[in-house]
Every structure is written in C-alpha cells, then in structure tokens.
Design a binder for this molecule. Structure first.
Ligand SMILES: Cc1cc2nc3c(=O)[nH]c(=O)nc-3n(C[C@H](O)[C@H](O)[C@H](O)COP(=O)(O)OP(=O)(O)OC[C@H]3O[C@@H](n4cnc5c(N)ncnc54)[C@H](O)[C@@H]3O)c2cc1C
Length: 420
C-alpha cells in the first residue's frame, strides 16, 4: 500500500494494542480497495445521491465489505473495531461511501441482534451482498432527540398490526427495500410502549412521502405509513421492546459516527498540510508561518485525541467492558465536535480556494456538519455522560442492558428507575 496515495490509514494507530492482526489486514485491504474504486464517487454531480448510494452499496457488497452482516461470517467479523476502522477509511475516501456502508450496518444490526432465525435468513445474506438495502426509522417530526415521543401507531388487528403515521429524516428512505420501524404499540407509557417492526418497502401503504435534499447530498427523506398491514412475524424482538432495540443500536453506533468524523478530519488535515506546503506567501511557504504551524498542530492534537477515544470505545464494546456506553457517547461528542473545528481550520488555511464549490475543503465543510446532530445530538450525548457520572462506578452502560438475552433485558430510565 502506498500510504502517500491514501492517508485515511494511520499506521501508528493501527499498531496500537486496541487492534488485532485481522483489523490491520482488513483496514489496509479496504484502503487499497478505495483507491482502486475511486471512480465510484469521482463524479458526484452526475448522479442523484439515490443512484450513487445504490451503486456504492452494490460495490461494497460484491467486494465483501458488508460480509460481517451475514451471521454465517460473524466469527471473523472483527466487531465494532472493524466497523469503526471501515468508517474512518470510507469517510476519508468519500461521504457517500461511508453513508452507504453505515446505513446498511445500522439497519442490519438490529436484525443480527434481535431477529428470529427466519428474519435473519430472509434479510441478512442479501443485505451483506448489497442486494437488499435497509433503513432504520425512528425519528418523526415531533420525535427526534426524544425517542419516547414516537407517535406512529401499530394497532393489533386480525392478521397482524396496522401501521399508521409518518417517519422523518430517514437515511436511505428512497432506496431501502426494508425499513426497520419503531412504532407505538402501547404496552406501557412512553418508551415502554414501543415495538420494532421489519416492514418491506413494497408493503401496500408504505411510500416515500418526500425526498429531502441535504447540505451534503445523500439519499434521505420522509416516509408515510397509511393502513400498512404487517404480519405478527414482522415484530423484531418482542412487543414493547422497541426502545430497547433502538437504544441498544444507538449505543453501539455512536462511536462509529465518531469514527466517520475521524475520517473526515484526517482528510481535512492532509488537505491543509498539502496546501500549507505548496502555497507560496510572504516570500516563503504558508507552512513556515508560526500561526499556521499552531493551527496544524491543533488539528493534529484533536485528531489524535478523537481517534484514541473512538478506538477505546470500540475495543470496550468488543470486550463487553462496563462503561462502554458512556465512552461511546464521549467518543461521538469529542470526535464530531473536533472534526467540525478541524475542517473549519482547513478551510481557513486554504483561503478563498477552500470555499470553491466541490473542492475538498468545501465538501468536507458540508459533509461533517450532520454528525453532531444524527444518532443523538451533542447535547443529548452530554446528558448521557453526565447521567452516567451520577451512578455507581461502571454503571455507564445504563439505559439498556444490551448484553443480556432479549428475554431478560430491562430498561433503566434516566432517573435510574428500573422497569421490567
Ligand atoms: C444526515 C442525517 C441522517 C439521519 N438519519 C436518520 C435515520 O436513518 N433514522 C432516523 O430515525 N433518524 C435519522 N435522522 C434524524 C436524527 O436522528 C434527528 O435529527 C436527531 O435525533 C435530532 O432530532 P431532531 O432533528 O428532531 O432535533 P430535536 O430533537 O428537535 O433537537 C434540536 C436540537 O435541540 C437540542 N437538544 C435536543 N435535546 C436536548 C436536550 N435534552 N438538552 C439540550 N439540548 C437539546 C440539540 O442541539 C438538538 O440538535 C438523521 C438526521 C440527519 C441529519
């Protein structure tokens, strides 16, 4: 691998004991694959984000990069450390590559963790091959940060459940073949009355209400469910456990958002260093100015801290360490906030050239912004971190006991009260 060609990899980090040989090998292979397949994302303006997303998903699946989503391959999967490394590398290469990979992993993981063998057999091999695209739909116009406010209803009727309502801000809304939908079934109040369902996109009554154009173009939109009848077998996990399914997933994926932030920030740093080396100014190089050196050093310090926090959180999840949920939140907030600052500094060092539409700094500036909002805004993460501080030591993995079998999971509320 020519690291000069692709600096999305950091050899010093890969050498750390957080990683095993399989992680290092896979990371290098994925980085090489990204260099060889750059044409997949080299002409972003020529295709809709839906078309590009679908093509990238197929390519990732055919190459085996989604293979860990098939239970048959799980023993070699490499855990969340592999997912984080993949997001670092893919985000460095391209926003849509990271998006296609991460949304497929996000929507397949609840099936892996909570699905029946029939559900796993029906979806996971085809999600791993990239043939079937998934979405994970929790958010609604009135229920974003507050998952317990989900209003889309699923009423028990003869033959199954009838879904009615809307989902908002859903990644891959327009290309997903199956939606994992969190709906209100009413077993209890608020968070205790939610259930997860697997709803094929072709089910009568399901439609894309609106494609929503984003600041960084991606397949994204609102979904409508009108008298959508699904069989009882479409329940994922068990009735009343939708909040558990959702929080279990989000705890795991938060740190991977931090990993994507590391990838974007590395690209910004490399682009800033290159510019500072090449730009002639005041009779010398931009790089020789003291304040510029300070800005580059700040970038590097923040980047190192972010990458370490992400690696720690992923290692802890893979080893089922207590406190890993808190550290997942810390990794997300620290890395996404730092990436925003690093990208902004890279734009600044480029001067006007950093604001040219579709230049690397300008693209990163748009692409990095959503990370501080989706899968729990920074403020929500800070609440989770502070709540965990108020509990007994090692009680950080507090909102959901996701490492016990589904039948024994309980939900612990923010106030520490426990509900069976
Ligand atoms: C690119 C992208 C992809 C997404 N993909 C999906 C998806 O696939 N599936 C899905 O279900 N959803 C998805 N979402 C939606 C996302 O999860 C929500 O946008 C997010 O949870 C925030 O909800 P909201 O937008 O309704 O903002 P609100 O909940 O209205 O919050 C607005 C702001 O208020 C502040 N805030 C909120 N709560 C608190 C608090 N307790 N204390 C202090 N401040 C607070 C934060 O600054 C927050 O950004 C996506 C969003 C984006 C941008």
């Amino acid at each position: 691998m020519n690291y000069a060609l692709f600096s999305g990899l950091d050899e010093e980090f890969l050498a750390l004991p957080f990683y095993e040989e399989q992680h290092r090998t896979t990371a290098v292979e994925l980085a090489e694959w990204c260099v060889a397949h750059a044409d997949l994302w080299s002409r972003p303006l020529e295709r809709t984000p839906e078309k590009a997303g679908r093509e990238i998903l197929s390519a990732l699946g055919s190459a085996g990069w989604l293979g860990f989503l098939d239970p048959a391959n799980r023993p070699d999967a490499g855990g969340l450390r592999s997912v984080c490394l993949a997001r670092e590398i893919l985000a460095y290469a391209d926003d849509l590559a990271d998006f296609a990979f991460s949304i497929q992993a996000l929507s397949a993981t609840p099936i892996l963790r909570w699905g029946s063998s029939a559900q796993q057999g029906e979806y996971l091999p085809r999600m791993a091959s990239g043939e079937v695209a998934g979405s994970f739909a929790i958010s609604e116009e009135e229920a974003g940060s507050d998952i317990s406010a989900v209003g889309l209803t699923a009423d028990r009727v003869s033959g199954g459940y009838l879904l009615n309502g809307r989902k908002a801000w859903i990644a891959h809304a327009g290309i997903a073949d199956v939606h994992c939908v969190i709906a209100r079934t009413g077993e209890g109040p608020g968070a205790l009355g939610l259930t997860a369902f697997l709803v094929p996109a072709h089910t009568p009554g399901v439609r894309v209400l609106e494609e929503v154009p984003l600041v960084a173009p991606r397949s994204f939109g609102h979904l409508a469910f009108d008298d959508c009848l699904v069989p009882e077998s479409s329940v994922l996990g068990r009735p009343g456990h939708g909040f558990v399914v959702a929080t279990d997933l989000l705890e795991r994926f938060r740190m991977t958002v931090g990993a994507a932030a590391v990838g974007f920030a590395r690209r910004a740093r490399d682009s800033a260093v290159q510019r500072a080396r090449e730009r002639r100014i005041h009779g010398g190089r931009l790089l020789d100015l003291q304040l510029v050196k300070g800005a580059l050093a700040d970038m590097e310090i923040k980047l190192n801290a972010s990458a370490l926090l992400v690696a720690r959180a992923a290692w802890e999840f893979d080893h089922e360490n207590p406190g890993c949920a808190k550290h997942s939140s810390i990794a997300k907030v620290a890395a996404t906030e730092a990436a925003q600052e690093i990208v902004d500094a890279a734009v600044q060092l480029h001067g006007a050239a950093g604001l040219v539409a579709d230049s690397v700094p300008e693209r990163l500036y748009r692409q990095v912004r959503s990370l501080r909002i989706y899968e729990g805004a920074s403020e929500v993460q800070k609440l989770i971190i502070a709540d965990a501080l108020g509990r007994r030591p090692h009680a950080g993995r507090s909102r959901v006991a996701s490492d016990v079998p589904p039948s024994r999971v309980d939900i612990r509320c923010v106030d520490g009260e426990s509900h069976e």
